[in-house]
Ligand binder design. Structure first.
Ligand SMILES: Nc1nc2c(ncn2[C@@H]2O[C@H](COP(=O)(O)OP(=O)(O)O)[C@@H](O)[C@H]2O)c(=O)[nH]1
Ligand SMILES: [Mg+2]
Length: 348
């Protein structure tokens, strides 16, 4: 870090202050970079690199976290609870979660004014933001390639009443200025969106173009796999941008309640169904089906909600639950096959 930042400029706030006790000699520090077994931290009076071992290695410390370090800044005493956290399922395990990025104030959900624009995908990202506890802002890039972005901004606003939607040319610094309120001193932002929508372009414009490639370069000149040491980038107006490859693989993880927020109008209507466990398929006195009939609810929206719900259920089950489900399914198949077999025999 070239400059020294006050704790506030690093994102410190009362939420973290309230977690301090009288641990003597403990300094708050923000995690600015994470590498295998090592973190780079910034605290009020400088920066330091700490090797993680033992207790600290098991804390799951991730980019954006606040930690308490001893005054010699050689060991991490404690990780503070984040106000926002992006997580994903660790591959091949049960219910374990991998912490991806912490203390992100605002998530820029990036899509573009073309075929990438997809309501189901936006709803999924909105649910991820909601679950993480970050404020979503929908950014529609490539506004310069269409006559009007009206249909895109209107569709995005319909999905998420109250969520801010900005359409812009990601290459144009003047246009990108509209995102400035979320990029001010002490604020942390991150981006989510599919490949090709303009995330790198937007990051370059936000950070002020003269930027080298950050985060992960797939190959350096010598063909080795290299990772830069930092994933947190300074924005010109004093904010921070987290750009970490893990964000790209985010999926739905236990977001049942978040989905009810994203689909608040469906959930509100569903509360009036006769049966509490109504599946809105063919049950009597289903308020949701009635609302669709009356044109008060979009059938596509219900379909997308159902799909995300079942996907969330599948993602959230543990390995043991999945095995047991597969086993049940196997038994079911076997019994169906047996019945069929019997049927065949009896007809002969
Ligand atoms: N015309 C126009 N092109 C854009 C815009 N944003 C990105 N691009 C182009 O779209 C392509 C993909 O952008 P990139 O930033 O690499 O997307 P990423 O995969 O999300 O990081 C590049 O050729 C960009 O120059 C925009 O707002 N307007
Ligand atoms: Mg990119």
């Amino acid at each position: 870090m070239e400059r020294e930042d006050s704790l506030q400029a690093l994102g410190w706030r009362p939420f973290f202050q309230a977690q301090l006790d009288e641990s003597a000699g403990a300094l708050p520090a923000r995690v600015m970079g994470v590498q295998r077994g090592r973190i780079e931290i910034a605290f009020g009076a400088g920066t330091a690199t700490i090797e993680l071992s033992g207790k600290a290695a098991a804390m799951g410390i991730t980019i954006g976290d606040w930690v308490l370090v001893d005054e010699g800044t050689t060991t991490v005493q404690r990780r503070l609870e984040p106000f926002a956290l992006f997580q994903r399922r660790a591959a091949g395990t049960g219910a374990e979660r991998q912490r991806i990025a912490a203390n992100v104030d605002t998530l820029f959900i990036v899509t573009s004014a073309n075929r990438d624009f997809n309501e189901a995908r936006l709803e999924r990202y909105l649910a991820i933001a909601q679950e993480a506890g970050a404020l979503p802002v929908i950014v529609i890039t490539k506004a310069d390639t269409v006559d009007s972005t009206g249909q895109y901004t209107a569709a995005a606003s319909r999905l998420a009443p109250g969520v801010l939607v900005e359409a812009l040319d990601a290459r144009d610094p003047d246009a990108v200025e509209v995102l400035r309120p979320w990029c001010d001193t002490g604020q942390t932002v991150a981006l989510l969106g599919s490949s090709g929508v303009g995330k790198s372009t937007l990051i370059n414009t936000l950070t002020g173009a003269k930027q080298e490639t950050f985060a992960v370069r797939d190959d350096d000149q010598r063909g080795r796999h290299t990772t830069t040491s930092r994933s947190m980038h300074r924005l010109p107006h004093g904010g921070w941008l987290i750009d970490t490859p893990g964000m790209r693989e985010l999926q739905l993880v236990d977001i049942g309640e978040a989905l009810d927020d994203v689909f608040a109008e469906v959930a509100a209507i569903a509360a009036r169904c006769r049966f509490a466990d109504c599946r809105h398929e063919s049950e009597p006195d289903c308020a949701v089906l009635a609302a669709i009939d009356d044109g008060l609810l979009d059938a596509d929206r219900l379909r997308r909600y159902r799909k995300l719900l079942s996907e969330d259920r599948r993602n959230s089950e543990t390995l043991a639950e999945r095995r047991s489900r597969d086993k049940q399914f196997g038994k079911h198949i076997n019994s169906v096959l047996k019945v069929k077999h019997k049927d065949k025999r009896s007809t002969h």
